[in-house]
Design a protein around this ligand. Structure first.
Ligand code: NDP
Length: 300
């Protein structure tokens, strides 16, 4: 029985972090000290862990981090005022607002308030539009990380048929746009799609971004398919709690040619690409480094 190659997200993320550290040093050499502001509203335990990890990773790469922890009852106006301040702060090159926000705050209004050049999550409509036009803009971190894993695993993706399960603004849609940019034929399926399993069985690449534990098993895959499992789900098993993906890892091992584990697959890449986006944002904001990055799309 053949066994799928494990796509090692931890190792790949470590390589990205090394690249970022080199770029941070190059920026510091020309007097630019890259800074990332992380804004957390409320005390959701999972969000607190994510923010802590992001700050630690920033420190590891030499990126200066600014933590803004606000009370759960912070008003939308107060949050907008902080965003405006961060937009204007020359020490801050990237702004990340940890989601989800409390229910009384309009998430979209906040995301649109972030300067698109500091939008390290790639959620501002200017960056979303740029991505769908195939321009080189700040791109959501999770799909960007998935693309890196795919390119390292498969090389050139031209002509591959990719099926993306899920159409969220954070993962599914930008993932589809990036795959299209890489010359894949892309099918996006979601909760209203028919015959999802049959569609997946035609895919060379399956990206699962659903939020349903172990939904995709071997019967969903063409032999040799490459599987990227974005899902992070906590389940109870044998009286213990553990993390699983949207893919039934044990079931697909003999059918897939390569697969990301959960944990240790896409998760570490998301944080690594947040650091990469912070460096890219800093490079975009300084004319002096424009020439060092001729491939970047620079606004007038
Ligand atoms: P959302 O809940 O925003 O989107 C889920 C998508 O899955 C929706 O498009 C939904 O369809 C679709 N869907 C739900 N049920 C089904 C079904 N039975 N069949 C087919 N499609 C279905 O989730 P996210 O995109 O934010 O996240 C997806 C998963 O990825 C989650 O487990 C999340 O925790 C994880 N995640 C992991 C990250 C990482 O760093 N590894 C980062 C971000 C997310 P519809 O649009 O019709 O409702």
């Amino acid at each position: 029985m053949s066994c799928a190659t494990l796509i090692d997200g931890k190792a790949c993320a470590a390589a990205v972090i090394r690249e970022v550290s080199v770029e941070v040093k190059a920026l510091k050499d020309v007097g630019i000290d890259p800074g990332l502001a992380v804004v957390l509203v409320g005390s959701d335990p999972a969000s607190q862990v994510y923010v802590r990890n992001k700050v630690l990773r920033a420190e590891e790469t030499g990126i200066h981090s600014f933590e803004h922890k606000l009370a759960a009852d912070t008003s939308q106006t107060a949050l907008l005022t902080l965003i405006e301040r961060l937009n204007a702060d020359p020490q801050v090159h990237g702004i990340l607002v940890q989601l989800p926000l409390p229910g009384h705050i309009d998430e979209n209004c906040i995301l649109q308030a972030v300067d698109p050049l500091k939008d390290v999550d790639g959620f501002h409509s200017e960056n979303v539009g740029g991505l769908s036009q195939g321009r080189n803009v700040l791109t959501p971190c999770t799909p960007a990380g998935c693309m890196r894993l795919l390119k390292e695993t498969c090389g050139d993706l031209s002509g591959q048929h990719a099926v993306v399960i899920g159409r969220s603004n954070i993962v599914g849609k930008p993932m589809a746009a990036l795959l299209l940019q890489a010359n894949c034929s892309v099918t996006v399926v979601h909760s209203r799609s028919h015959n999802i399993r049959e569609l997946c069985r035609q895919a060379d690449i399956v990206i699962a971004a659903v939020g349903r534990p172990q939904m995709v098993d071997a019967s969903w895959l063409k032999p040799g398919a490459v599987v990227i499992d974005v899902g992070i789900n906590r389940i109870e098993q044998d009286g213990k709690s553990r993390l699983v993906g949207d893919v039934d890892f044990d079931s697909v091992q003999a059918t897939a040619s390569a697969i990301t584990p959960v944990p240790g697959g896409v998760g570490p890449m998301t944080i690594a690409y947040l650091m990469k986006n912070t460096v890219t944002a800093a490079q975009l904001q300084y004319p002096a480094v424009r020439h060092a990055k001729p491939s970047m799309e620079i606004p007038a």
